[in-house]
Design a protein around this ligand. Structure first.
Ligand code: URP
Ligand code: ZN
Ligand code: ZN
Length: 477
């Protein structure tokens, strides 16, 4: 199968030019002006942007959590991602405490194999790591799982203590892999939660009130200090507020190897959402919670100034009816997480590029190139270049839509609400190629479950990779 994409405006993290793209089988084989080649399919991209497919490095499909399971399967969630212009996700496999991380990996392979609409990779959530288990991290890397997530939150469930975090970071530093940190002081948060419940403060908004920004700042500070001591880069996930951003900046200024992502919900939604009538605030119970609005400007500044590298979604949907309901009368039982994998590209294009907050190259960088690079997939993913996977999005920068759960053209996620209900955006995904195969054709899904394959990732490839190697060599740690 060959595809010729004609007359488009190719935008990568670095370039912006008019040319044709010729795709043979799964990869880009030729880029040039007025290409004179025969193709099985010709797509006219005049007036459209031709973008590298989005890479969302933070999703949770079919994730067991809070006594239930996130409502998107690998089939439904990756299809929704494709509709929104994302062609690769990195989802989180989980190690069950006391068992091997490799068993956890097998479980997640079984969930995803033959189901996904787009390519997928895995991080591993490490819940316990005694010395005897440390070598497993290298075996995971050999299997293409070159990043791990450790939690400072959720005591008794996912929380890893500081010794475990240090061990994982030190091993990652040795192996050239990457630790992702959920940075929040979950131990103190649990005390605040107990007090709130004892005082009868049970509504969804108390989820936010018991997770103050200072405790995210403290987690970020501690994660970065431990990373520095271990001479390993740290990637802070779902950074939500100025307090954590300030810690990140301070560490970066000291030369600490620190990456971070934020998410559309922290850029665009705020704590006022918890005041929605009835139990609707539960839609926004996610961790970290939504923050006071003024934090949003700081996060955009962090993206512009390159303190923040990536915008991921932390897509972790639970239906309002039945699932979020588990926490009616006790906010601590509301399953944490919200939907967004389908909306990221349009939201960021509209509120980032159209609003003049970032340019179109930076848009590509934070949604595709940087996550591909940091998580060991570049240049296979994250750019349009000869030899790259033909993960390509044809994006109409002028088309407008209003995101709504009730509009089947704008909502394909398997969840009964949209976190961005009523958001009007200009800039929509039109056609999507996943490794050379058209999977979304002018807004229609034409792919099949199983089109997407597991991506075996390489080592950490972020900006600090040479620095990390030098640190390791110099320190003898
Ligand atoms: O609320 C969230 N973010 N749920 C998913 C788990 C996590 O911490 O990323
Ligand atoms: Zn997290
Ligand atoms: Zn998450």
């Amino acid at each position: 199968m060959s595809v010729l994409i004609r007359n488009g405006r190719i935008v990568t993290a670095a370039d912006d030019y008019r040319a044709d793209v010729y795709v043979e089988r799964e990869t880009v084989s030729l880029i040039g002006r007025d290409l004179d080649v025969a193709a099985d399919r010709v797509i006219d991209a005049a007036g459209r942007l031709v973008l590298p497919g989005g890479v969302d490095p933070h999703t949770h499909m079919e994730m067991p959590f809070g006594g239930t399971e996130s409502s998107d399967t690998f089939e439904t969630g990756t299809r929704a991602a494709a509709f929104g212009g994302t062609t690769c996700i990195v989802d989180f496999a989980i190690q069950t405490r006391g068992t091997s991380t490799l068993e956890g990996l097998d479980t997640w392979h079984a969930k995803a194999a033959g189901k996904a609409a787009i390519d997928y990779a895995f991080h591993m959530i490490v819940t316990d790591l005694p010395d005897a288990r440390v070598p497993e991290l290298r075996r995971l890397a050999d299997e293409g799982v070159t990043s791990y997530k450790l939690f400072m939150a959720y005591p008794g469930v996912l929380l890893a203590d500081d010794a475990t975090i240090f061990r994982a970071l030190r091993k990652a530093g040795e192996d050239g892999t990457l630790v992702c940190m959920h940075a929040e002081n979950g131990v103190v948060i649990d005390e605040l939660v107990k007090i709130a419940l004892a005082e009868g403060r049970v509504e969804p908004k108390h989820h936010a009130l018991t997770r103050p920004t200072r405790l995210e700042g403290e987690g970020a500070h501690r994660a970065l200090a431990i990373g520095d001591a271990a001479r390993a880069p740290v990637y802070t996930v779902h950074l939500s507020c100025y307090d954590a951003l300030a810690e990140l900046r301070r560490a970066q200024e000291r030369g600490v190897m620190a990456h971070a992502e934020t998410c559309p919900q922290y850029l665009l939604l705020d704590v006022g959402a918890y005041d929605a009538p009835d139990f609707d605030g539960a839609k926004y119970v996610m961790t970290p919670p939504l923050r006071e609005r003024w934090n949003q400007d700081e996060l955009w500044r962090g993206l512009r100034g390159r303190n923040l590298d990536v915008v991921a979604t932390d897509h972790c949907p639970f239906c309002l009816r039945e699932q979020k309901e588990l926490g009616r009368g006790d906010f601590s039982r509301i399953p944490n997480g919200g939907p967004g994998v389908e909306n990221r590209m349009s939201l960021l294009f509209h509120h980032g590029v159209n609003a003049g907050r970032i340019d179109v190259n930076r848009f590509v960088e934070i949604t595709s190139t940087a996550p591909a690079r940091i998580f060991g997939m570049f240049p296979r993913k994250g750019t349009i270049a000869v030899g790259s996977d033909a993960d390509i999005v044809i994006f109409d920068p002028e088309r407008e839509m209003t995101i709504s759960r009730d509009d089947p053209r704008t909502h394909h996620m398997n969840v009964d609400y949209s976190a961005y209900e009523g958001f009007a955006v200009r800039g929509c995904t039109e056609t999507v190629l996943s490794r050379g195969r058209v999977v979304v054709d002018k807004g229609e899904y034409v792919g099949r479950p199983g089109d997407g394959q597991f991506v075996k990732r390489g080592p950490y490839g972020g900006a600090y990779a040479p620095l990390a190697t030098a640190h390791r060599a110099a320190s003898g740690l």
